[in-house]
Design a binder for this molecule. Sequence first.
Ligand code: ZN
Ligand code: ZN
Length: 334
Amino acid sequence: MGRLLTVDENGLYCKQGDFYIDPWKPVKTALISHGHSDHMRWGMQHYICHHHTLPILKLRLGTENSSQGVAYGEVFEINGVKISFHPAGHIIGSAQIRLEFQDEVWLFTGDYKIAKDGVSTPYELVKCDHFITESTFGLPIYHFPPPELIYQDINSWWRQNADEGYNTVLLAYSLGKSQNILAHIDPSIGEVYLHGAVANTNNALAEIGYHFPGKYISPDIDRSALRSALIVAPPSASDTPWLRKLKPYRIAMCSGWMQLRGARRRKGVDRGFALSDHCDWDQLNQAIRQTGAKHVYVTHGYESIFSKWVTNHFGIPASILKTVYNDEEEESEL
Ligand SMILES: [Zn+2]
Ligand SMILES: [Zn+2]
């Protein structure tokens, strides 16, 4: 028997079950790890994802699709392959996908983090034989502070800006980071406003019971009248006329890349908060150690460095799995 999962021109393929995981070209059956655009693409005949990814699917890809939601831990079969979704701790609805066939277990992490963000269902350790891991921050220099500390920093920075009469603009990806921040801000400091991309995402998540503070900045709101407010917007809003109307403001980027020296300056922001929805170096190593995997496959990020490290340090054969996941939306390198 060949490998249960291989990569072909359409994506990560399971021949035995004739389905794909997070495919990048249109296919018949797609298991989707989470709602970010490099993992959930347009054009699949049938989508299978966690329940909480369904409203995101509807928002981003339209209502035309045939889709099916599953719960964490629920086991179903496709042509003898047992499939289950397990919390990945990355964003709301994000899942690691476990496949079992003839006593062999494969696990695809999708994007994941072990650190708890206080919003998404925390990461679950899943034992496996074959472990496919992302490596977005797979270098020893990446060590993220606990999210609670960053939320505290954000609140004190906002308080300081508000006292000085400035608005505070936080650039954060509309799905994931925005909700994590909104769930942890101190509403006693001032008013909270949202860019349309964030407001739309929050509205979709409200359908499944997630509620976050903040008011959509509709075109009829006089932006130049806002003072001491907190405004959450996606990174694409930087350098736009939309943003300039919010003056006077101080602006920060919220991203794991902000840990790098010079990243803040290159992005032209006043502050950088190293808030990430991915594993840092220690978390990646912890996952490798604890899954008990006999084979490791490394995808998007520092594949070559991290796979060599796993082979040399853990003595586990590790290879690179070439995919096209690039986190363009969520964690693009600066
Ligand atoms: Zn992601
Ligand atoms: Zn990704």
